[in-house]
Write a protein that binds this ligand. Structure first.
Ligand code: PLP
Length: 409
């Protein structure tokens, strides 16, 4: 055999002993022992080693971690939160189906319902998940799927899970909950949020502001259905990203405990500040029913705080430009604290939607600033916000400069 051919045929080195950390199987394909196994694997659901678009051990390790953590039968991971959402929805609904959708969702999720699924003939009806009075009628009308966020982005309204389940139980409807804002450590372990639970892994779960990912977890039969669509659409996660996310996930418990504690402290301080109109934080929320929902469903408030400023949009925009420890960035849940103006940044797409599509989509107010609290020292973060709030206040009218003119000079 020619030496370059021999080079390509050097066998893989397999470790004699079990590695402590799941290895990265950075390979697009796996060698089959014979044609019988190859042909059988071609028909398998989610095989771990055939073709990486269908499955890969490093990717499946992350999926197993998520199923264990979330107490679900099965999970799938995707290259982003949006691909987890869109692939799940495309697997579950089709033309002429009715879907009941929360009026307060992440902007691009709303856009997918309104601009894409409606275009393909899906009927989209809105409901308020924190007061789902209209949901029972939609379910009785035959809604195929109910979609909501556990804690809404960016207004941090907690879903009324008991009322949603009461409306859906004993009906042939699939519930899907985006729990990105309530990872384990925020949402009570006793609660099963929905038939399918979605996470943007880009946020708390990866936690290091470095990698994109998304997941869906739930009943095996539903996950198998989604796997077929995922393989067809090619929405598969790269093994390198899966490996990084699986390492990040191991420290979630410690990170979230610190984020919960620091964010609660900052939310309390902000609520007492003269420039602040209102603070939305799940454990401090004064909106009707919010306190009871927090007590029932949450074990922590999470790292996100939404702050409405008395000075309106100008004050909000000035504030996001004045912080130094909080970076002006659009994501959340990671080790690095960040700040954004929700209406013009994470939810900017809703302004255009409201006019030409569904009325009733809740766009954030123009004076709302969203903070994501990371792992920096709590005192540094508080000082940063207090200084920035001072600097963001409209400049006081300058006192007239009086020149002292000595008589006779
Ligand atoms: N769901 C929520 C609640 C989000 O806030 C986001 C992004 O901010 C997504 C889904 C989309 O996730 P990704 O950006 O990883 O695609």
């Amino acid at each position: 055999m020619e030496r370059f051919t021999r080079l390509l045929k050097v066998p893989n080195v397999k470790a004699t002993h079990d590695p402590v950390v799941q290895p990265i199987y950075q390979t697009s394909m796996f060698r089959m022992p014979d044609h019988r196994v190859a042909a059988a694997t071609e028909h398998a659901v989610h095989p771990d080693s055939y073709y990486t678009r269908w499955g890969n051990p490093t990717v499946q390790y992350l999926e197993n971690q998520l199923s264990t953590l979330l107490g679900c039968n099965a999970s799938l991971v995707f290259p982003s939160g949006m691909s987890a959402i869109t692939t799940t929805l495309l697997s579950m609904v089709g033309p002429r189906d009715l879907v009941a959708v929360s009026s307060g969702l992440y902007g691009d999720t709303t856009r997918f319902f309104v601009e894409e699924l409606r275009h393909w003939g899906v009927e989209v009806a809105l409901f308020d998940p924190s007061r789902p009075d209209t949901l029972p009628a939609l379910v009785r009308r035959g809604a195929k799927l109910v979609y909501y966020e556990s804690i809404s982005n960016p207004e941090l309204r907690i879903a009324d899970f008991d009322a949603i389940h009461a409306a859906c139980d004993s009906h042939d409807v699939v519930t899907v909950c985006d729990c990105t804002f309530s990872p384990p450590g925020v949402l009570s372990e006793k609660l099963r949020p929905a038939d399918l639970v979605i996470h943007s892994l880009t946020k708390y779960i990866g936690g290091h502001c470095a990698v994109f990912g998304g997941s869906v977890s739930g009943w095996q039969s539903l996950i198998d259905r989604i796997w077929h669509k995922q393989a067809l659409l090619g929405a598969c996660m790269d093994p390198q990203a899966a490996w990084q996310l699986s390492q990040g996930l191991k420290t979630l418990e410690l990170r979230i405990a610190r984020q919960n504690a620091t964010a609660l402290q900052l939310a309390q301080r902000l609520a007492a500040h003269r420039a602040v109109e209102q603070v939305h934080y799940p454990l401090l929320d004064t909106r009707p029913g919010a306190r009871a929902a927090a007590n029932k469903y949450l074990v922590g408030g999470g790292g996100v705080i939404a702050v409405a400023l008395k000075g309106g949009e100008p004050a909000a925009v000035r504030l996001v430009e004045q912080t130094r420890v909080f970076g002006l960035s659009v994501s959340l849940g990671g080790v690095a604290s960040c700040i954004e103006h929700a209406q013009s940044m994470s939810h900017s797409m809703l302004a255009a939607l409201d006019e030409r599509a569904l009325s009733g989509v809740a766009a954030p107010a123009d004076n709302l600033v969203r903070l994501s609290v990371g792992l920096e020292d709590a005192t540094d973060l508080q000082q940063d916000l207090l200084t920035a709030l001072e600097l963001a206040e409209p400049a006081a009218p300058r006192a007239a400069v009086c020149e002292f003119v000595e008589s006779g000079s």
